[in-house]
Design a binder for this molecule. Structure first.
Ligand code: SF4
Length: 84
């Protein structure tokens, strides 16, 4: 039996159809330092003290932070947060 391994994006939500590990990244070219991602998921992002730009502090997201990661993805007004 082969496991289906596709992710689908429906408007502002992402559905992971397998139990694979979710990963998060921030595109530094898009990030404008709104800080909303870190408010949604403080364990996943750190902010620059200089300009407030975010970086992901860990790429693999543990299951208990998956909802926070999705909230960060939805809250970023620049679409700088990606989940894959
Ligand atoms: S919400 Fe988006 S634009 Fe704002 S700091 Fe986070 S990644 Fe950057």
């Amino acid at each position: 039996m082969t496991k289906k391994s596709s992710n689908t994006v429906h408007e502002n939500s992402i559905h992971f159809e397998t139990e694979q590990t979710m990963k998060v990244d921030v595109d530094p070219r898009r990030c404008q330092g709104h800080t909303l991602c870190a408010m949604a998921a403080p364990a996943l992002f750190e902010l620059s003290e200089i300009d407030g730009h975010a970086t992901a502090v860990r790429s693999d997201i543990p299951a208990d932070l998956a909802d926070s990661a999705r909230e960060a993805f939805r809250s970023c007004p620049e679409q700088a947060v990606s989940l894959h």
